[in-house]
Design a binder for this molecule. Structure first.
Ligand SMILES: O=C(O)CC[C@H](C(=O)O)[C@@H](O)C(=O)O
Ligand SMILES: [Mn+2]
Length: 346
């Protein structure tokens, strides 16, 4: 049995996480979910976006499923819950997969997730404010290795996106990436962030595994979603050496919260990435989602009139429609071992 911490957050977070859990429960009965509270409401009560006790419990889990939280500007002492979790749990690799669900193409972004401009809070004075962009040897090495391993797995190359022509930190980062990639025999192409954005708009699919600093990755990944049809379908995995957190990259969208029209696909595909991380069968969720998107009625952000629940049910019915032998042997093995209730197949 796997134990998964669930932090639904606010806005549309609870709606899309509930959808993701329903889909996961239609694929396996080997996960137990434990809900934790976090975000601005908790901060108002205890002065931190999540309690130390809850963090201690979460560290003991196998994975985390996260929805979305609203982060107010200019509240003294408040720090984004997701940014806090990335730092506290040392989730240093943020893998964002921007899919074209109609043809299986993907833009793959590896965003360093604990350093760069997020390494520490800035400082303010009456006449200026200073932010710090910190790249450490250890931080650069581990994210480079993560991206290089991923490129090897995908038989691909790295596009290292930086601003080394201006930033000392990126010159330091670049040396480390090039040295490790050469040792590992992985090709590195380079792009300067400003001109890369033009390439990303005009020619999105041929960049292999994009590797970049934290803030650049934040910006690149949102722009890349224009090629996915909606930011609402984009999943991500925040990986550390001890645990990983899976979340859609969209925000809390308070303007549509409670209307039942939030796109659940980003959260569902994030849960699929979580299933793969746990050694379960995320591939089936990806395939069922692709099949549904091909003909199904989608939520308004993708031009459809469907509700969150209708899209969720549509994907689940695709999962139930699979012939067990259409899918990879892992699931068939699960059935043979009786670990997936055969009711799935009636
Ligand atoms: O505002 C928040 O709490 C989330 C910010 C967060 C970020 O990485 O800056 C979000 O934009 C993201 O891409 O995960
Ligand atoms: Mn962002």
């Amino acid at each position: 049995m796997y134990r998964v911490a669930v932090i639904k957050g606010d806005g549309i977070g609870p709606e899309v996480v509930d959808s993701a859990i329903r889909v996961v429960n239609s694929v396996t009965d080997r996960i137990r979910f434990y809900e934790f509270e976090g975000g601005f409401e908790v901060f108002k009560r205890i002065g931190s976006p999540i309690s130390e006790d809850d963090l201690k419990e979460i560290r003991k889990m196998d994975a985390i499923l996260f929805g979305a939280t609203t982060t107010p500007f200019n509240v003294p002492g408040y720090r984004s819950l997701i940014v806090t979790l990335r730092k506290e749990l040392d989730l240093y690799a943020n893998l964002r997969i921007i899919p074209d669900l109609s043809n299986g193409k993907e833009i793959v972004i590896v965003r360093e997730n604990t350093e760069g401009l997020y390494a520490r809070d800035g400082i303010g004075f009456s006449d200026r404010a200073i932010d710090f962009r910190i790249i450490t040897l250890e931080g650069a090495r581990r994210i480079a290795k993560f991206a290089i391993n991923l490129a090897k797995e995908r038989n691909s190359f790295i596009t290292f996106v930086h601003k080394a022509n201006v930033l000392k930190g990126d010159r330091f980062f670049r040396e480390i990436v090039l040295e490790i990639a050469e040792r590992e025999g992985v090709e590195v192409r380079e792009a300067i962030i400003d001109s890369f954005m033009i390439k990303l708009v005009k020619n999105p699919w041929d960049h292999g595994v994009i590797l970049t600093e934290n803030m650049f990755g934040d910006i690149i990944s949102d722009l890349a979603t224009i090629h996915a049809g909606s930011i609402g379908i984009v999943p991500s995995g925040n990986y550390g050496d001890e645990i990983a957190l899976f979340e859609p990259i969209h925000g809390s969208a308070p303007d549509i919260a409670g209307k039942g029209i939030a796109n659940p696909i980003g959260a569902i595909l994030s849960a699929a990435m979580m299933l793969d991380y746990l050694g379960l069968n995320g591939k089936v969720v990806w395939e069922a989602t692709r099949r549904y998107v091909r003909y199904g009625n989608l939520t308004p952000d993708m031009g459809g009139t469907a509700t969150t629940s209708e899209v969720t049910k549509g994907i689940i019915s695709e999962i139930y429609s699979f012939d067990p032998f259409d899918i990879d042997e892992i699931w068939v093995e699960e059935i043979r071992l009786g670990r997936i209730p055969l009711t799935l197949w009636r």
